[in-house]
Design a protein around this ligand. Structure first.
Ligand code: HAM
Length: 419
């Protein structure tokens, strides 16, 4: 076979018809469950202003400093959105959504872009579903967001997950903690990995997230952020844990859990799966009480999460969970000769009008080839039409599952199909 001339970009994948049913099933499930949680869908553009993402996520974060796809046109600078928290907050501020009243309980599904090194579970274009609840500082909102996230995985049958939980407090307690962490790491600065050395001044909290072997001994006995929390942050954290316990949602406290964006305050969490290999985070999120103000709105607390859809599908594959049914069609019209093809084409709408899927051969193939094709399409029924059938107005109606046939009129066929 000749090599194709054009290919997708590195880390970007086509989702072909053979896989699409899983995606459609998953998207439908998320929408149905989101309704149950009284969430409303929001869709924002794929491109955002560079400044929004830089400001929202933080200039020194890996995403902004290394992974952004950006370009310009005239005087405008664009980025392909790497996540949706900042864009959703932008939309909230831009459209004065607070005027709708109450907390805005939003969900989304869509593609995101990060120029990371591709590997299993890590792509440059990937998909997330997520929730942002804007307008409540109540720990109950944190727990409802986490409950929705957990609910989706349970519903799908992915049970073997660990919810990691932490509180990274407010900016003041975080600054005190950062100073303490730097003080603690300083004597061993030379022994840290290169990445961590780089993070030491810029973003010391991220050192706790390092996977480098040489950093592990220092991370293991580092001071705990939870020892530096203000009373208010501590109370919030206690309440989140209490409500989670009330809901029977198991969690593991991880005082070293820090997230990749600068907007987080207080609650931070991740959902981990052992079925994913090195990219083991199914989902992550937390509170971001200062972001709305940071990007130009009134001070408004908020909390949310996002989940990787490719990673969810990988977990399903590993666990042998099938999402959605195999592709099938209800009726395949097998036609022999031009008159029959014409008859078939003009009777397809009558079947489809009943809400029953129907197809016909497009290639004028032999009866045997068409029956084979009907099987390949998982057709439930075949209607066989030739000159004789057209003369007598009786068509062969074949049940493809138990191989029974009868010779009946078209109205009778429609009656059988509607029962
Ligand atoms: P995040 O942890 O960067 O958080 O991404 C959430 C999830 O998206 C990850 O746990 C992972 O499953 C998936 N993901 C991230 N990067 C990739 C990639 N390159 N390839 C495949 N999957 C990926 C956020 O995006 C925050 N906006 C979450 C949030 C919402 N926080 C508050 N509200």
């Amino acid at each position: 076979m000749a090599q194709p001339t054009y290919k997708t970009h590195l880390g970007m994948v086509d989702i072909l018809p053979d896989d699409i049913r899983k995606w459609q099933y998953l998207e439908q499930l998320i929408r149905t469950e989101a309704e149950l949680f009284n969430l409303e869908e929001i869709r924002t553009p794929i491109m955002e202003q560079t400044e929004l993402i830089v400001r929202g996520l933080g200039k020194l974060t890996d995403i902004v400093s290394k992974e952004i796809f950006s370009f310009s046109r005239g005087d405008d600078n664009y980025v392909l959105r790497p996540e949706l928290t900042a864009p959703v907050v932008r939309a909230y501020v831009e459209h004065h959504m607070e005027q709708r009243g109450g907390s805005q309980k939003l969900y989304y599904i869509g593609p995101m872009f990060r120029a990371e090194r591709p590997q299993k579970g890590r792509q440059r274009q990937f998909h997330q579903f997520g929730v942002e609840v804007i307008g409540s500082d109540d720990p109950l909102a944190d727990v409802e967001v986490i409950a929705f996230m957990i609910h989706i995985y349970k519903k799908i049958g992915i049970k073997n997950t660990t919810l990691k939980l932490n509180s990274i407090g407010d900016p003041e307690s975080r600054d005190t903690y950062k100073a303490a962490l730097k003080e603690y790491l300083k004597p061993n600065f030379e022994k840290l990995s290169d990445v961590s050395k780089e993070r030491f001044e810029k973003n010391p909290l991220r050192i706790l997230d390092s996977k480098e072997e040489e950093d592990q001994p220092f991370i293991e006995s580092a001071p705990l952020i939870t020892d530096y929390l203000s009373d208010e942050s501590l109370q919030h954290y206690q309440a989140v844990k209490e409500y989670l316990t009330d809901l029977d949602i198991a969690f593991e406290e991880d005082p070293y859990l820090v997230r990749g964006m600068d907007y987080y305050t207080k609650t931070a969490f991740e959902l981990i799966s052992p079925d994913l290999g090195s990219q083991d985070a199914l989902a992550g999120g937390g509170r971001y009480d200062l972001l709305v103000e940071e990007i130009g709105g009134q001070p408004t607390p908020a909390v949310g999460f996002a989940a990787g859809m490719e990673r969810l599908l990988i977990a399903c594959d590993e666990l042998g969970i099938q999402l959605g049914d195999e592709k099938s069609v209800d009726v395949y019209i097998v036609t022999l000769g031009d008159a029959a093809r014409k008859w078939g084409l003009s009777h397809l709408p009558d079947i489809r009008d009943l809400g029953i899927s129907a197809t016909i051969d497009y290639k004028g193939r032999s009866m045997k080839a068409q029956m084979k094709d009907a099987n390949r399409e998982n057709a439930r029924y075949a209607i066989i039409v030739g000159d004789h059938e057209l003369e007598t107005n009786k068509f062969t109606f074949r049940d493809m599952v138990n191989s029974e046939e009868e010779s009946i009129s078209f109205p009778e066929i429609l009656e059988r199909l509607s029962n």
